[in-house]
Write a protein that binds this ligand. Sequence first.
Ligand code: CDP
Ligand code: MG
Length: 757
Amino acid sequence: SDLAVFSRKGSRLVREKREQMEKQKAAREATDAAGTTLGNVLGVANPAAEATEAEKIAAEVAVANGPAVDAPPGQAASEFARSKTIREQREYLPAFAVRNQLMQIIRDNAIVVVVGQTGSGKTTQLAQYLHEDGYSRYGLIGCTQPRRVAAMSVAKRVSEEMDVTLGQEVGYTIRFEDCTSDATLIKYMTAGVLLRETLTEPDLDRYSCLIMDEAHERTLDTDVLLGLLKRLVARRRDLKVIVTSATLNAERFASFFGTVPTFTIPGRTFPVDILFSKSPCPDYVDSAVKQALSIHLSHPTDAGDILVFMTGQEDIEVTCQVLADRLDQLDHGDGSVPALAILPIYSQLPADLQAKIFERATGKARKCIVATNIAETSLTVDGIMFVIDAGYCKLKVYNPRIGMDSLQVTPVSQANADQRAGRAGRTGPGTCYRLYTEQAYRNEMFPSTVPEIQRTNLANVILLLKSLGVVNLLDFDFMDAPGDETIRSAMYQLWTLGALDNLGALTSPGRQMVEYPLDPALCKMLLTAHELGCTAEVVTIVSMLSIPSVFYRPKERLAESDAAREKFYVPESDHLTLLHVYNLWRANGSRDSWCTKHFVHPKAMHKAHEVRTQLVDIMRSQRVPHRTCGTDWDVVRKCICSAYFHQAARQKGLGDYVNCRTGLPCHLHPTSALYGLGFTPDYLVYHELVMTTKEYMQCVTAVDPYWLAEMGPMFFSVKETNWGHREARLRTQREQQGMQAQLRAATGHGQAAGGLG
Ligand code: CDP
Ligand code: MG
């Protein structure tokens, strides 16, 4: 019978695997012995010490692999086979060749800057080396990443390399998601997570080593952490800090810490041919698609994979779609065009789809990865031979004049462009196609990107630093100080939200806000909900705003999905619409089938629920009661207004809005519940402004102008709601000046306050 055949087959497989395993065990012992000799050869100063070093590693590897050998054959055997190849991969990395020298420098210094080309093993190997050298016995080995995606995928990779379950010895923590346990020794996390940990544990005593990875990216969180760690190392002599950078301008880091050693991992790179566009290209998506097709059709499939750099989810999706369509058109169903695996990657993409870029494509098809700048340094995919660089990226830019952040498509810097090109030369000589002219590269691109701290909203950072006891931000040691106007405007925003008092000190609501891993405005919404007795509703809204959109809009079923979404609409509010979706999902048993039927992302809903659970926990610990307002939606809208009155818009003509404070036009987004309803409120507040073809307000709620006057008295009064924007702006200026004058008087530091103002 089938069963008999199956079991016979099964047992034969087990036998084969057992044999295979024994062979590998023998091979491993041989390599380990070789490793010891290698240690002797490499070890210069003290050969004996190096030998014991290598022996120690060999012993540790044997221990790590030990259970696999004793474990029941079958699955364990295949695991073992995999760990063997992974081990070879590890030893092939440039970092491995200099492991001993590197660890020696780390032993001798509290802070070390490590520079190495992308893919040299900084992110995956450093933490393991520290663990293998025993540092994990004294505390966690933490490694921060600028991006969530990188933290997750690297932790997964390292858990595989160490042959442990993700979340056990190796884990990761990102905002709203903790995949660590008591067993965790190596912890990958976003820089933001570590920043928040400093609030409850200023000395970070749980950690024996901290790796600040990808410091060259100069994200806001990394920059603030660098300042905090500099202070911390002076207090904690036992702490090891390693700062890594993929670029060569590492001296900046070294001198920031007061001349610490820089260790360079010698790179192994191949030449990359750089080809510029002859003329500026009118549409970078179209040019990228053509270039990818031309590469794919003119080079044999095994000549290497393609990596395309785009700016974000939207143009990535379009690029993938158009590329697939054109391939379909070319192939007349006769298989004349070789298969191409088209793989998008951007931060909001679900994790399982992200992981696909690391997998081998089915049938050995060529891969074409279409990525944001996430693939520039954070993620390394082997086998890329062709890079197509559109030359743009999305940058968060804060405009202090209009008082808000927005994502803007901006040309990349020369450093970014070079980094992108380098991705083609990792496994062999490659080619980089730049979809811009050489002239644009030389004359129009900055040498490197402006650090985030100098271009984004600092409200969160200021709140955090204030609660860490940094009274005057000018005393804080920033690598590059943020602009005065940016600090002033963020402090002003915090003051309008009631988080800072007239003297710039943290208020009691401000102190409560710090407890939540949310933007100050969302915290404010929760605090008002506490006052008005609708925490149950508002915490749902805040959770839904903290995740990517829950609405699923597949390109081929747009009309159908839009109709499904419209059924959820609450006419006066997108926020209430989100609440409605969540409540219906819960009422329907949180079922995935319900989601699919209504074009809602099931994973996003579960995520929202998780976020909500965590926020509710924090509220409980803050003794904020869980109370519902029943169906009194006005109360909920009032809470929303209390948090976003600084982002209010007034109707000018039918359906035309202008920002109340700046007078700049802003538009309802076509996916808003308020769009095309015939009913357009006179006043509304919005969650964020998105600039695409126009300035669109994302997620809006109709508000009563009296609420604006009540909640945002610094901007509005009942009489003044009809004022022009010029008066409003003048008033804002007066308020700001008033606050600064008080600050100056209070601190008596003419210079300090002058810096703030
Ligand atoms: O940090 P750095 O750029 O120096 O290198 P890394 O991220 O540690 O990558 C070292 C190697 O691990 C590369 O060959 C990557 O392709 C591989 N890797 C992987 O296969 N899967 C991951 N999730 C991360 C890295
Ligand atoms: Mg890295």
